[in-house]
Design a protein around this ligand. Structure first.
Ligand code: ZN
Length: 180
């Protein structure tokens, strides 16, 4: 039976993501190893998986996702003015400017943001994902497909292609830095 992109498969793909309006490439795996992910477990933005379902090895697909199927709409509430003096320590070593991306340590975990405004008093931080509110075009080629191991399914992600399967079970712990 021909293997296809479907739930509980491990898919390796090469992709190039462009902004349909400008043609600007925002991300590409072409200079790297293919992107490997467990299908159907929320590892990818939703539209990406939907559009790739049923594809076979060697198949190429091109599609454009609406923001809702990609990184979501922009949320104008997800902005915050932070007193600039809270950045005093950071400013000793780094220059703050509009467009700088930083990570805030929030009670629920790290929250990346982009500086969108800057004055003497305040830093305006935008916590929206840089690609939120944008339609995204992807060109994708399926490089490899295999069934996920029960362990990968229980972890909810793919394990590395470099012989991780061949390693003894004891070394396959998810808590191990080398695994995930
Ligand atoms: Zn794991």
């Amino acid at each position: 039976m021909t293997e296809t992109v479907s739930k509980d498969m491990i898919a390796s793909v090469h992709y190039t993501g462009t902004l349909p309006d400008s043609g600007e490439v925002f991300d590409s795996s072409m200079e790297r190893e293919p992107l490997t992910f467990l299908v159907g477990h929320g590892q990818m933005i939703p539209g990406f998986e939907e559009e790739m379902m049923g594809a076979t090895v060697g198949e190429k697909r091109e599609f454009t996702l609406t923001p809702e199927k990609a990184y979501g709409p922009r949320d104008d509430e997800a902005m915050m003015e932070i007193p600039r003096n809270q950045f005093a320590q950071l400013e000793e070593s780094a220059k703050l400017e509009v467009g700088t991306q930083l990570v805030a340590q929030m009670p629920h975990g790290p929250a990346p943001f982009t500086i969108i405004k800057l004055d003497e008093e305040n830093v305006t931080a935008d916590f929206n994902h840089a690609l939120s509110g944008k339609s995204l075009t992807f060109n994708v080629e399926v490089i490899e497909l295999r069934s996920a191991s029960p362990e990968e399914i229980s972890h909810g992600h793919a394990h590395g292609p470099e012989g991780h399967q061949e390693q003894p079970v004891a070394e396959k712990k998810c808590d191990d830095d080398t695994c995930c």
